[in-house]
Design a protein around this ligand. Sequence first.
Ligand SMILES: Nc1ncnc2c1ncn2[C@@H]1O[C@H](COP(=O)(O)OP(=O)(O)OP(=O)(O)O)[C@@H](O)[C@H]1O
Ligand SMILES: [Mg+2]
Length: 267
Amino acid sequence: MAGSRLVVEKLSVGFGGLLALDGVSMSVARGEIVGVIGPNGAGKTTLFNVICGFVRPDAGSLTYCGVPLWRHRPHDLTRLGIARTLQGVGLCTGLTVLENVMLGAQPTLRSDIGSSFFGLWRSSREERLVAARGLEVLDQLGAADYARHLPSALPYAIQKRTALGRVLMAEPKLLLLDEPASGLSNDEMDELATLIRSLKDDMGVLLVEHHMDLVMSVCDRLVVLNFGQVIADGTRESVRANPEVATAYLGDEVHESAGKQGTSDGA
Ligand SMILES: Nc1ncnc2c1ncn2[C@@H]1O[C@H](COP(=O)(O)OP(=O)(O)OP(=O)(O)O)[C@@H](O)[C@H]1O
Ligand SMILES: [Mg+2]
């Protein structure tokens, strides 16, 4: 598929007798934000884990930027141009916000962090360039003012931006976000929605998220899973209007969210 960042075809994953994913096909195009939603146990995290290489599928295929993704492992992702943020923040508490972000430019050297942070770069010139890029990324995320602070002293939303900044340093082609809104207040979630939309550019974004308001305000397209199967794949409007989706999961929540769309669509 032209312009596709990720194509998932007929993916199946079984755990014992249970089919967590049952013939799932979906895609993320360049510059597209795709949300994966569904009720508890629908298979969202399993899909995320297969894409990240944590879980091996029993059947089906993955294609990334036109190339089959086969037997990859989580540590291959950065090299491939795939970035993921996990539910927590996972920052180094002894480093400043900027230094944490700078680590994203040196993914293969992170294990050296115990020896010397500043030893990560081959030269002070390289370090200055990485720092300048780190500040740019923090600025893009609205967190440049916190560059010299230690993350533990900052609001959780800023810590999450720092974690996002770190993965953006590798300039990914595909960004995988696992429940980025967890732990955020409603206002912070609105800011996150604006931020994600400002980021996408030519990157593809896959967003697994429980918070319907965020998904509905930020995603170009939604994939709905239920019992491991795709029951809907389309625009927010088509998903909202899909009775099977309403029955399976969204219920009143989707209609509530639809009522708010007049204000959040432009995010
Ligand atoms: N490692 C595992 N071993 C056994 N069963 C598992 C494992 N991981 C997931 N499952 C099962 O597979 C199904 C899909 O789980 P998954 O975690 O992907 O759902 P989910 O959509 O992420 O749910 P939630 O919204 O609760 O996070 C569930 O029935 C779950 O119990
Ligand atoms: Mg899950």
